[in-house]
Design a protein around this ligand. Structure first.
Ligand SMILES: [Cu+2]
Length: 160
């Protein structure tokens, strides 16, 4: 019970700081009562593949202001058959995309998931997914807590 109160206080703190920023145009949706105190995601977008049926990639900006050091363990994309945290690394003398190592976050971190870097590779999206659609993306951290945000679908080649 005591733990719950601490978390509630942290959550209240983070919404205060959000309000203080003001004027944020991005849609950020947190699904209560789950959630990860201190995590905030903005600028979520899902870039559709040029050819339907190919994998799509989710990019976003994540900030973390929680007290506990956490690790992002997995990502899920609503409606997709599967999703995987990807990063680029050097393998066999070439820089290529591969499954990401566990992504550690600690207080004060700002992480950009962006083209050429970390992203959520998304497989088997419904074919009717079109630009402008809002897609729910859920991150699961160490301990099993989940944070959900919405990513806006974009056509391949749109500004990322
Ligand atoms: Cu990838």
């Amino acid at each position: 019970m005591r733990m719950k109160n601490v978390w509630a206080a942290l959550l209240a703190g983070s919404s205060l700081s959000l309000a203080a920023c003001g004027g944020a145009s991005e849609e950020v949706v947190e699904i209560a009562p789950e959630g990860v105190p201190g995590i905030n995601v903005e600028n979520g977008r899902l870039v559709l593949p040029p050819v339907a049926g190919n994998p799509a990639a989710v990019y976003f900006d994540l900030t973390y202001d929680g007290e506990r050091a956490l690790t992002i363990r997995r990502a899920d994309v609503a409606g997709a058959e599967s999703a995987m945290l990807h990063d680029y690394g050097e393998y066999d003398g070439k820089v290529q995309m591969m499954e990401a190592l566990p992504i550690g976050i600690r207080k004060g971190d700002k992480l950009k998931f962006e083209p050429g870097s970390k992203h959520v590779m998304t497989f088997g999206l419904p074919e009717e997914t079109s630009p402008g659609d809002l897609i729910e993306v859920t991150l699961t951290v160490s301990g099993g807590d989940k944070y959900t945000f919405e990513a806006t679908a974009q056509a391949a080649g749109d500004e990322r």
